[in-house]
Ligand binder design. Structure first.
Ligand SMILES: [Zn+2]
Length: 389
């Protein structure tokens, strides 16, 4: 089994008497309230999905991640994992060694051991991470909305956030690693998605699956931009696809509780390291991975892997082109494998997909499996979903 990043799978979930003691302690501590984005980071920290991180970043890790794409100890790490507070809360937290962390409803979830309270430059962070501080970028907009101080230190979680929702798909890194071992998978490819899976994605997943033992279909379960399709609808699309078009013993569907940053290349590395912690040996990186708008070049998320030594990341990226159905080839292909012209290709943009669904039409079979189309069709009919396909 592949080693977690940093060599050891972190576990910051307390149970039994320890959890009860922390919960009692948390009732007496000053409280810092987390937004849903920070709660999903807390969940990732607790389960070891962010190994080797044991808590929110202190200044040394934070500064080196921004400038060098590494933790203070030199391990590759490309995105900040931080807890932001306003000035008033920062001054209060400076005076206490421990604080309770609560969700946006005020429910206490964890205890934070405060090691560092420091001011930071939000615009500089966005310029380094997203290559823009423009308000049109959802990641930069989020960073600009946060408090201008950061609080760092290890966390201990006594109540798992979001534990009830979609619980069947909430598998921790320790769980997926156990399942991979039980199934005898030595090599596993991870697939990151925040969108319904169309045939182009299925083709890429299956191309990768030809050379490894198993596929971890690992959709984002945390915060995404408001126009991305709801998690419930996406899960029903994945279920429809897996049930009808994959061998059941070669695929595992589980949620990645992380929130989307839309940091393109830096997020591609981040996504790969997370999947390594979940036990994947390979990770699919498509064109414009984790991109948004036109802030990154189409291949930047693939090129960034060459900035690290192969052994440093410890997980092998698999680079893919956009795929499509070609009428001349009579099958799925990409520009690497098909020499026919654009007129032979069945490709729909997100805008076109939405237009078809809004008008009550059927998506072409060459583009979307009918079982997946039916889920989207029904969801659009109920107006449960916004834009983005
Ligand atoms: Zn062709």
């Amino acid at each position: 089994m592949i080693e977690p990043h940093g060599g050891r799978l972190v576990n910051r979930v307390a149970s039994g008497e320890k959890a009860a003691a922390l919960e009692a302690e948390a009732r007496e501590l000053p409280v810092s309230q987390l937004n849903p984005f920070e709660v999903s980071d807390l969940e990732m920290l607790a389960s070891g999905a962010f190994s080797p991180l044991e808590g929110f970043m202190g200044h040394e890790d934070y500064a080196r991640v921004i400038s060098d794409k590494r933790l203070a100890n030199g391990l590759p790490w490309t995105l900040p994992v931080t807890l932001a507070v306003n000035e008033e809360t920062a001054q209060a937290l400076k005076k206490t060694p421990r604080a309770a962390l609560a969700d946006s409803n005020g429910a206490r979830l964890a205890v934070l051991e405060i090691r560092d309270v420091f001011p930071y430059d939000r615009e500089a962070e966005s310029l380094a991470v997203f290559l823009t501080a423009n308000d049109d970028h959802p990641g930069a907009r989020y960073v600009a909305s946060r408090g201008n101080w950061l609080v760092g230190g290890p966390v201990e979680v006594f109540r798992r956030p979001n534990a009830e929702e979609f619980s069947k798909y909430r598998l921790d890194p320790a769980d997926t690693r156990r399942i991979f071992a039980e199934r005898g998978w030595n090599t596993v490819v991870g697939f990151q998605t925040r969108n319904p899976v169309h045939r182009a994605h299925e083709y890429i997943q299956k191309s990768a699956l030809e050379i490894v033992d198993g596929l971890l279909l690992h959709p984002i379960g945390g915060e995404t931009k408001s126009d991305d399709i709801s998690l419930e609808v996406r899960l029903r699309c994945y279920e429809a696809l897996l049930e009808n078009y994959f061998p059941q013993d070669r695929v595992l569907l589980a949620l990645n509780p992380a929130s989307m940053r839309y940091a393109g290349p830096r997020e591609a590395i981040f996504h790969a390291l997370i999947r390594k912690n979940f036990g994947c040996t390979h990770f699919i990186v498509g064109r414009d991975h984790a991109g948004v708008g036109h802030y990154y070049g189409p291949y930047d998320a693939q090129k960034i892997f060459s900035e690290f030594g192969a052994g440093e990341l410890g997980i092998a990226p698999l680079f893919f082109e956009h795929a499509f159905y070609c009428r001349e080839c009579a099958g799925m292909a990409s520009q690497k494998t098909c020499g026919h012209g654009k007129q032979s290709r069945v490709m729909l943009s997100g805008t076109q997909v939405r237009a078809v669904l809004r008008e009550g039409g059927q998506l072409p079979m060459e583009f979307t499996r009918p079982e997946v189309g039916a889920v989207l069709h029904q969801a659009f009919g109920q107006q449960q979903i916004g834009q983005g396909a």
